[in-house]
Design a protein around this ligand. Sequence first.
Ligand code: HEC
Ligand SMILES: [Cu+2]
Length: 359
Amino acid sequence: MVGSQPLRRPLITPQRLLLSLIRLGSLLALLGIAILFAQQWRSTLPVAPVELRLRAYLPINGGWVNAEPLRVESGQPVRLHLSAVEGAHALHIAHTDITSAIISPGSPQVLEFNAPAPGRYVLACTLWCGLDHWRMRTVLEVIDPTDPHAPLQYVQDEPRYTLPMEQLMIDDPHPADVWPEGPAHAADGEVLWGVLTGDADPAAILDEAGWPLRSPSEVYQLLERGDLLADADTISAQDRWALLAFLWEMKIGEDALARGESIYTQECASCHGVDGSGNGFESARSPAIEPDLRLAPSAAGASPAQYYAKIARGGMGTGMPNWGTFLSETELWAVTGYLYKFLFDDPVDGEIPASEHQH
Ligand code: HEC
Ligand SMILES: [Cu+2]
């Protein structure tokens, strides 16, 4: 008899192959899950904040001074160390609600925040700290981590009105056809409004007149023709101006006017004067002459859109700063509205200077 040969089984059977494949598959799946978990866990770890430093000098000595560039990634936690070498200041990051407490030589501050959406943010001093206070600005650059080389725009609010900017000609004189000969008191206008209309909505009248693209002089003429309001053509010129002053105030709103006044006092009066005359104590330093905002033949011809556009953009080398990158849309309209107080409350007659430029 021939010895029986041990039965040779093939090394790879279909069953074994299947088993190994299943093992490999589950191993890979486990690995995948583990990686996912690790990523999850890492994202919950606190990211170390970027430490930035700003030192404050008086604006005439350089204002904000920073050693390293103020550049961060959107979403990144930031610790901004603020110290004052001289003067007392406060910092606001425009178009955000990030604001510091008062920074003075004995009292540094640390401002902690997460970097906002990508863009260039104006950092400005919100405390009146001396001559050239409005120059106390610097810029924080927030880059998009997914597209770090994308060009950065100055952050500004959505405009409230669509303005035909190319037609506004904001650097040209704006002579009026008609203007008030004496103070036009909104309180008198309110009485007349009650007599003429009962309880209609005064702001709606100005909307119908095309606010903010119409100047007081233009709206006055619509009232004079009886186009906007029945019987507004029958009252005296002085009463009509008072009525217009009331409508203007109602359109801007009491709260906005109060906000506008405080912005004006803090940011504008140093050049334009508390009384709007243009004789603020810093006015002599501007390359161009500040217009007299009470000068009725000129001011009555300025539409709110024209004032707004000038305030938002600033003058081109005239010394009138740019405010659009700093004030919010609401604040821009509030201070625009406030400027008409000078026209209505204290109109001055006179020639419009041939050129507002050069001292
Ligand atoms: C550093 C000085 C300075 C400051 C601060 C300043 N302005 Fe002016 N502004 C000027 C000068 C100079 C002009 C005239 C030249 C020009 O129109 O560019 C002017 C012009 C204007 C005009 C145009 C007036 C017209 O009749 O067309 C408006 C409106 C105005 N400023 C509003 C403001 C407001 C509002 C602020 C504050 C938020 C302000 N300015 C702050 C210097 C200043
Ligand atoms: Cu300051």
